[in-house]
Ligand binder design. Structure first.
Ligand code: FMN
Length: 335
């Protein structure tokens, strides 16, 4: 991009890989990253990614077609590795010639990277450690996203600032590494680019954009919240596993704590079996993100948001957000 020479130079590798003007990805957000937001991001020079989430292959098929109708620019698809129909979803991406597929949510099952590459897609993986980053690259991943615990949604235990120090110095020359988690401003993008990142991925900053279909009440919760309200869910009992999710505090997050205590007590009393107890915890949040994003139930739904939510203060068009990020990054690099 002509207006941002320093930034564009540092983003050149990442942008060439994505086929976009900037190396700014909008990370897939279930229910939020659908045709409208994805197309808007790609049309504005970023790289949009459809969140497949729990969609069936037929729904993904329709979503890809609908997105194509809204943009001629490249975009990707994010598949959750534990989806029971993963290989059918891969076939849908192959049918549409999707250029980039992000495999999220754990170690990609045997044959999944190979199947995507056979279909001509570039594969992006999300390693939580340097050892797994190297393993994914050996297995054929074309690029990596490293995501720290400041991010919204499901998170690992390590912060972005530590992950980038552990992973970028080892891999920046040989691999394309995009950095995610807690990025709210362009100055931060400048720092990661200077450390050798190929680009960055943001979610929270884009979730409440004009083009996002999220319910007005969901967006309003974002505009009001500060960083300290975006908290990670906590496991109360070692017998009842909880995968940490960062979301805005609300009635639902409070009741989740009470629910864990209640189920632990039932276990202590021998009133329920371990399997049943774990299922009750696992099912607590079922459908909760949809309730918040689509229905606008900001009390009981899951308001997944990263700590950068404090920097989201109003509804802005995606193009303005990208222009601001690029402008601030450029100014930082010029200094
Ligand atoms: C509401 C919401 C839903 C998300 N859903 C997904 C998802 O389905 N798959 C995924 O890989 N990441 C998901 N994420 C993570 C984002 O793709 C992205 O990596 C993250 O938001 C980046 O950190 P940031 O929120 O600090 O910008 C989600 C994040 C949010 C805020």
């Amino acid at each position: 991009m002509a207006d941002y020479p320093h930034t564009s130079a540092l983003m050149a590798r990442g942008a060439a890989f994505l086929g976009s003007e900037t190396a700014i990805l909008c990370g897939a957000m279930s229910w939020v990253s659908e045709r409208n937001l994805v197309a808007a991001i790609s049309n504005a020079g970023g790289f949009g990614v459809i969140a497949c989430g729990a969609m069936t292959p037929a729904l993904l098929d329709a979503e890809i077609s609908a997105t194509r109708a809204l943009t001629t620019k490249p975009f990707g698809v994010n598949l959750i590795t534990m989806h029971p129909a993963l290989f059918e979803l891969i076939a849908v991406c192959a049918k549409h010639g999707v250029g980039h597929v992000v495999l999220a949510g754990g170690i990609p099952p045997k044959g999944s990277i190979e199947a995507l590459k056979e279909a001509g897609a570039k594969v992006i993986c999300i390693p939580p450690t340097l050892a797994l980053a190297k393993k994914y690259l050996r297995s054929g991943a074309d690029a990596l996203v490293i995501e720290g615990s400041e991010a919204g949604g499901h998170i690992g235990p390590v912060s972005t600032s530590v992950l980038v120090q552990e992973i970028l110095p080892s891999l920046r020359d040989e691999a394309l590494v995009f950095v995610a988690g807690g990025i709210g401003r362009g100055e931060m993008i400048a720092t990661y680019l200077e450390m050798g990142a190929a680009g960055v991925q943001l979610g929270t900053r884009f979730a409440a954009a004009v083009e996002s279909v999220a319910h007005p009440a969901f967006k309003k919760a974002f505009f009001r919240a500060s960083a300290r309200e975006a908290v990670a869910s906590v496991q109360i009992d070692p017998r009842l596993p909880v995968i940490p999710v960062r979301a805005l505090k609300n009635k639902g997050t409070e009741e989740f704590t009470a629910k864990q205590l209640e189920v632990a007590l039932l276990l202590d009393q021998g009133s329920i079996e371990m399997g049943e107890a774990q299922l009750r915890i696992e099912h607590y949040w079922a459908g909760a993100l949809r309730r918040a994003v689509i229905d606008g139930d900001v009390e009981n739904g899951s308001l997944m948001a990263g700590q950068s939510v404090g920097m989201v203060t109003r509804e802005e068009p995606v193009a303005d957000i990208i222009a601001e990020l690029m402008g601030d990054c450029e100014a930082a690099l010029r200094h």
